[in-house]
Design a protein around this ligand. Structure first.
Ligand code: HEM
Length: 212
């Protein structure tokens, strides 16, 4: 299968798979409100916000995992899907913040800013969210071309954003810290890989070293 056909098949597939948590949550809201099911438990507002927070972090981690997966499996074409996965992280982050603002705070803007100022886990989440926005905006092909090397540097921000996401999660819970620990360990592993890869890339090649 050539690269074009592969892209034509896999791009919509990755798109649909990435949207499946959204479809599931939309269905759960619909079913719980019209048919009396309890997919979103007895506290649907909290459950919805937590699910969306989880998916935000999962997509951030997935976007970080694309390069190592492409290298390890020698499938460079995986990189074609990284931008879409990164944009889905922003999509779920926007829904996470919106659901918090709409369902939890009932669109009370004053309460929103008060929360940002007074609840440290919200402050940390907000910093991560704001930092994610320029990454989304600069994800177009035109921006990638225009920013050149600066684009790579800017998009390295995704590592601190991922760490802030985990800190936000860790600060929010009172018991059972296993999930933030697992997310944190995965992010550190991916960061370690990135550092190692950059060192490899910047190491002088034997021929160049001999010529120097
Ligand atoms: C990139 C940014 C963010 C990431 C990665 C993120 C991720 C998460 C995660 C993983 C959780 C816990 C989910 C679980 O318990 O399974 C969570 C919960 C939560 N997040 Fe975020 N979050 C982000 C930004 C924000 C922002 C900006 C706000 C508010 C303005 C926010 C508000 C909340 C709230 C209120 C909860 C707890 C829900 C509850 O227990 O009622 N988050 N978030």
């Amino acid at each position: 299968m050539n690269v074009r056909t592969q892209r034509r098949i896999f791009k919509p597939l990755v798109f649909l798979i990435s949207l499946s948590p959204f479809f599931w949550l939309a269905y759960a809201i619909f079913s719980d409100t019209t048919m009396g099911t309890q997919y979103l438990t007895t506290d649907p507002v909290q459950k919805l916000d937590r699910e969306l927070g989880d998916w935000t972090l999962i997509f951030i981690i997935l976007s970080l995992a694309v390069r190592p997966a492409a290298d390890l499996l020698k499938r460079n074409e995986f990189i074609n899907y990284r931008r879409m996965i990164g944009l889905f992280a922003l999509f779920y982050a926007v829904l996470h913040v919106t659901s918090y603002q709409v369902f939890h705070l009932k669109l009370d803007v004053v309460a929103f800013f008060k929360d940002i100022a007074e609840r440290p886990f919200i402050t940390v989440g907000m910093i991560a969210f704001i930092a994610l926005i320029p990454l989304g905006i600069t994800s177009t092909k035109g921006m990638i071309r225009r920013l050149g090397k600066k684009w790579r540097k800017l998009h390295m921000l995704v590592y601190p954003i991922a760490i802030l996401g985990v800190v936000h999660f860790y600060m929010m819970i009172r018991a059972d810290f296993s999930r933030p620990y697992i997310y944190g360990a995965i992010i550190l592993l991916l960061l370690g890989y990135r550092v190692w890869k950059n060192r490899q890339r910047n190491r002088p090649r034997p021929a160049a070293a001999a010529a120097a």
